[in-house]
Design a protein around this ligand. Sequence first.
Ligand code: FAD
Length: 287
Amino acid sequence: MRITELFKKKTVFSFEVFPPKNDSPVDVIYNTLEELKNLSPDFISVTFSAGGSGNGHLACDVASKIKEYGIIPMIHLPCINYTKSEIDSTLAEIDARGIENILALRGDVNPDIPPKTDFSHASDLVTYLRSKGNYDIAGACYPEVHPDAANAVEDIKNLKIKVESGAEHLISQLFFDNSSFYDFREKATIAGINVPIEAGIMPVVNKKQIERMVTTCGASLPKKFVRIMQKYGDNPDALRDAGIAYAVDQIVDLAANGVDGIHLYTMNKPYVAKRISEAVSGIVGAD
Ligand code: FAD
């Protein structure tokens, strides 16, 4: 099923998982999926070599497993480090497994690896995918502006190019301050970007994640969030509960403000996904 159709019926509730790193056993993710499937998300997306993890070759296997469970899979497809013929090989695998939903991405530029030259931006991949088949194509967006963009105006103009190239819905980068999402959504609407935008929500449930968030992701941290992290940072159980509660609070507010969908970065933690899903089951994802 094409994910775009879902937005016409409901506030979509989706999950994101990542394949295991190369040195981890593949079964771990299958156990995770076994638990996530019981939560009946509208779709589950699978990252592809995110953060240069090199696990892209497992993404199709994981997406196939999701399909076997009767859940719609979406596969992420970054392009900056691949040639057209490498993308074609991955597309052949995607087609063979009957996967029709693709999140078209540029991918992060690794300072130690010169990028390939066939695709410069995600919009180039979107155009290419449109020429190759009848895929349901999504793109990424950044409520707090992509770090490479000169400014918010340029970033929105570039996002419009991606949508005009054929991205039918968008999934946002994580954020902790809903007002940044609302400001971005307003700017996008003014720019004529009218496709559904799912809000990316990451429950922060351990100290390592907080440290990573502060150094790499660039998301602004509201006072309320910082206070919670300072208070519970050294108490794993309390931090997990507080992180779940914070994510639930964000989701309820987003739904009340008419969000098109929630994309939960599960970090492959079914327990956390379950607690959040149960807390918002009457609000998002319901038919
Ligand atoms: P683009 O849309 O190409 O944007 C990147 C930058 O280029 C922006 O600053 C933009 O303003 C600018 N730009 C875009 N188009 C143009 C244009 N036509 N002309 C000039 N400038 C332009 N990475 C992975 O490797 N694997 C994953 O599985 C993965 N999953 C992700 C899932 C989500 C929901 C998100 C938000 C990100 C994910 N990423 C993943 C990370 C992503 O690849 C990086 O954030 C990357 O730096 C940008 O990708 P993009 O597709 O948004 O790029």
